[in-house]
Design a protein around this ligand. Sequence first.
Ligand code: ADP
Length: 371
Amino acid sequence: GDYHIVLAENRRMFNELQELKGNIRVYCRIRPFLPGHGEKHSTVEYIGEHGELAVVNPSKQGKDRRRNFKFNKVFGPDSTQAEVYSDTQPLIRSVLDGYSVCIFAYGQTGSGKTYTMTGPNGASEEDWGVNYRALNDLFSISQKRRDSLIYEIQVQMVEIYNERVRDLLLSDVHYNTLKYFVSLDFHTLGIVSTVQPNGLAVPDASMHPVTSTSDVLELIDVGLKNRAVGATAMNERSSRSHSVVSIHVRGKDSHSGTALHGNLHLVDLAGSERVDRSEATGDRLREAQHINKSLSALGDVIFALAQKNSHVPYRNSKLTQLLQSSLGGQAKTLMFVQLNPDVSSYSETVSTLKFAERVSGVELGAARSSK
Ligand code: ADP
């Protein structure tokens, strides 16, 4: 009886530790069918308990019909927001221990990136996404430690669109888009890469001290409004830009006075769908090229880190330059790979899974062979 419970608990903790040793984790989440979308046939054939996933193309016959993948975890269409977050919690604790953590959401538009990261519009607590839950934990854990550690927490929020970076939190919402469009100077980034004591990811973006989850939510709200202001002049573009919320934590030991610095970057990536080359022209084509370039640059960086290559190509995109000090080394990366299960998305699903496999599979292999 009890003996087995203890064994199971030990095994769980052991697995969790093992899993935490790998610095790159990939979780796949399949969103449910949406009512009224005419979605009927799922490409998902099998979800295993240990991250196995098989997808099939129902309209295809023969040996290419089925593809198998393996990730750190696969969350099926019935998984709850709480379940999806539960494995992320140890990462949030490590931010307060002085680590850098990046959490990405990757997938085609409509695959549930925003749902996983933020939750549905006007979400009740139960439906809260990873961001809210992470912030709540960040503040509650820092409160619990306050007898020994004093934490200062600050927030930045930027958007990357067409390889230009925009501060989404410049004091007020400005309704003049052109005036508002501030490009940050990236010449300074060379300096940032040599781990700054304060861990600033974007030297020129405004920093906002916060003391509670609601402070952060207010700021994110301002950021989202600013993002929308930019969008009116340039068409709806939230799915075609990356947004990065960066939470900088500074903890000071109240006895010894020593300080630690942690960062948490919450990144909602642009939609990964390929734009039909024959149809896209002008702005749309340019956007598509920038998105392609930055997503593959991100894939290349994570792949190089997983391979433990000596050269990591950070400089190939603004996104990877921006996150350079938080990708690699002791930093931890979690990528939520989102899938639309409908057969109409089959080819996007396979290309999403190939991207995910590239960034995760090698790290798993490397971890295994070193044991
Ligand atoms: P993306 O950010 O990738 O474009 P969204 O998060 O906006 O996609 O999701 C597209 C639609 O699917 C939204 O209406 C969202 O509420 C719904 N959706 C996504 N994931 C889930 C889920 N796990 N459960 C219920 N609805 C979901």
